[in-house]
Design a protein around this ligand. Sequence first.
Ligand code: BG6
Length: 485
Amino acid sequence: LEQGCLSIVVLGASGDLAKKKTFPALYHLFEQGFLQSGEVHIFGYARSNLSDDGLRERIRGYLKGASSEEHISEFLQLIKYVSGSYDSGEGFDNLNKEISEYEKSNESGSSRRLFYLALPPSVYPSVCKMIRTYCMNPTSRAGWTRVIVEKPFGKDLDTSEELSSQLGELFEEDQLYRIDHYLGKELVQNLLVLRFANRLFLPLWNRDNVDNIQIVFREDFGTEGRGGYFDQYGIIRDIIQNHLLQVFCLVAMEKPVSLKPEHIRDEKVKVLQSVNPIKDEEVVLGQYEGYKDDPTVPDDSNTPTFASVVLRVHNERWEGVPFILKAGKALNSRKAEIRVQFKDVPGDIFRCKKQGRNEFVIRLQPSESMYMKLTVKKPGLEMATEQSELDLSYGMRYQTVKIPEAYERLILDTIRGDQQHFVRRDELKAAWQIFTPLLHDIDAGKLKTVPYQPGSRGPKEADELSEKVGYMQTHGYIWIPPTLK
Ligand code: BG6
């Protein structure tokens, strides 16, 4: 059911995530006509005592659109504030009354209810219980109730499984949308098309041709303002076990039977289950100098703000090919990319100079692009070679297209009932199975973080690890993203 009365409830409405991501995403959907006045109502729910206008003004500051103030005000008028606690029946009973009242005033007779939990995970079970008890869509009306939850989904396999069973008792799997916003990024969504709609890649995407694959996330700022949260989790839980592992799945999985969400998710689970246990000697952990200056971080913290972890896939396609998953905060740049490095050319005849390897790079952000590093004849009279590239930079090729924000796309998917880009319960479990032993060793202090300079590439040990498992850096070559003249 895609039409009719739609209520979107943002729980944790005055928090950071809601202000920075959820409401702006809703606004962009509104701006593009996906949420229509008369059909949609948005409810913000939180504990603080706020008026409708109080909440609207808070949100206004985060809405930077191309459109007019008028449009923004029109959107803000759709928002109503309901205050209440996260574990009391009273608040949720109130919320339900507000929603029902709006539904009664709407002629469609339907009831679609979307709950977005922009909350700390500790309150998920109680909030879900409250929704289940007080706020489900009435069976007398056509419609549905769906719940979007955000990571962290637990801290390890056991806590995650516990959370999953608690939620599983309250909602069916097709009502639960576990969001991983990396799955909403344009170039992540492009991966299946790239791999399975291009003859060129089919015969190359395997151990016969690929030497190693890197999936890298860098940020050029530290844990500013959220050190307390971060210290409980660390970079592996914050970035690698979810975002980078999701990307890994799409790069490494087999071709799904069809594009049906369950077919795709079946393949993701399979490749996760094929990952070997991580070896200690294939892990480098770092912590940037100054991280512990944050008063909310304990002085003896061993929490990694950087990690490089090699995954090995035990299957016919990937045996022997290292997947290097690397993420760090407070580094020298902000970017996320996938690098597929091919093997050396056998029987190379251009011996005068060591050839660089072919490398296919998918830049997820910023400046979305894909480029393939090639060896070409250096243009001119001499027979010399050099490194160049085939370049598909989105900013150049798709000049008039505005690439949607990840959250925008994923919320729209939820309204449409498409779970393809959401994490299924068994997928989450398989992801925790891979990282839990390592995380327990880190938490127990068996593996130590090494310090690195903020603004650097991270610990040199990480570069050494990449080189040891086969990554070859092409010296003297830098890809310069083309700019519009
Ligand atoms: C979040 C992490 O999930 O992703 C943050 O908790 C991180 O630590 C953020 O900064 C990065 O997202 P993006 O879309 O900016 O790459």
